[in-house]
Write a protein that binds this ligand. Structure first.
Ligand code: NDP
Length: 295
């Protein structure tokens, strides 16, 4: 039996919300898409739309030259990929691991893949499920460039932008970690802000339009920080740390007066106070980046 060609076939392992969205996009692009998930029954809708349901992970990976893995983390991915029957079926084929985890786990998986004759690319998805298959999706990839180019057309069936960040296999996961750092601390700040607002009798709906306004002022600040950090300038002209820390203290006091945990803001305030203590009070908050890794 001949293998379906690279351009026409793909396997997806993992049918959580993201795995299902990836599969739907591959199907919409007309690719022969084979699926497998640890828990059976998650593929009914996809099968109705033309996906091929494999009875095992080894059967799934044997169906295509390219397998995309998208499960909760690399512990789960390892459990699936490192069984002997799966390893045997994967030899000479390509795995693109779009599961999120740490750069070290990506490097470990690449070393395992090299040892077992599996061609390996790592990647991460930076946008939520509704974006998949649309121009709004963002994918980042790392690993051997020639392997990426070989599979790029199939990966691009997922829509959006695809960026190859370099040959170093941990690079996509490193970007993912840094970007999710922004996301989760911002979301934690928003959840906290809603609690403080509620305690002051302001509903979440009332605050939301103003919260979006705060979101809108961030992009130029991201650019300024990038300049500061890369140039070592840390200019605090518009908002020196001595002023920022006072605003943070007000948030801590108001939260705690309402019995609301202020741990996240206390951490930010602590970083600012440390920078001030080291003589950087006239600098902007970007100075914190330079100090964080220092003891
Ligand atoms: P989850 O992160 O909840 O992953 C669910 C998938 O993981 C299911 O297929 C589940 O199988 C599988 N799984 C969990 N544990 C195991 C295990 N021990 N062995 C085998 N399979 C296991 O949902 P998502 O689909 O949303 O996310 C998948 C990946 O995509 C994650 O790494 C996530 O960070 C990333 N991602 C998700 C986004 C989103 O918007 N959802 C956005 C960007 C990235 P089962 O059904 O059997 O439990």
């Amino acid at each position: 039996m001949s293998l379906p060609t690279e351009e026409s076939a793909v396997t997806v392992l993992g049918l959580g919300p993201m795995g299902r969205a990836l599969t739907a996009a591959f199907l919409n692009a007309g690719l022969r898409t084979t699926v497998w998930n640890r828990t059976a029954g998650r593929d009914h809708e996809l099968v109705a739309r033309g996906a091929v349901s494999a009875r095992s992970a080894e059967e799934a990976v044997a169906a295509s030259g390219l397998t995309v893995v998208c499960v909760v983390n690399y512990d789960a991915a390892d459990t699936i990929l490192r069984r002997k029957a799966v390893v045997d079926a994967l030899k000479g084929r390509t795995v693109v691991n779009l599961t999120a985890d740490t750069p070290d786990r990506a490097r470990d998986t690449a070393a395992w893949a090299a040892e077992h004759g599996v061609r390996y690319l790592d990647g991460a998805i930076m946008t939520p499920t509704p974006t998949i298959g649309t121009p709004a999706a963002v994918f980042i990839h790392s690993g051997p460039k020639d392997l990426y180019l070989e599979h790029r057309s199939v990966l691009e069936a997922l829509g959006g932008t695809h960026t190859h960040l370099g040959e170093e296999i941990g690079r996509a996961a490193a970007y993912d970690i840094a970007l999710l750092d922004i996301f989760w601390t911002a979301i934690a700040g928003y959840a906290h802000a809603l609690a403080v607002a509620q305690a002051e009798g302001i509903t979440a709906r009332e605050l939301a339009p103003f919260a979006k306004g705060i979101g809108d002022i961030l992009p130029p600040i991201f650019e300024e920080f990038a300049e500061d950090v890369d140039n070592g300038s840390f200019s605090g002209e518009g908002n020196p740390l001595t002023s920022a820390v006072s605003s943070m203290a007000h948030i801590v006091h108001t939260s705690e007066a309402h019995g609301i945990d202020a741990g996240v803001m206390r951490a930010a305030e602590g970083m600012a106070r440390r920078a001030i203590g080291l003589g950087h009070g006239a600098d902007g908050f970007s100075r914190v980046t330079e100090l964080l890794g220092r003891r």
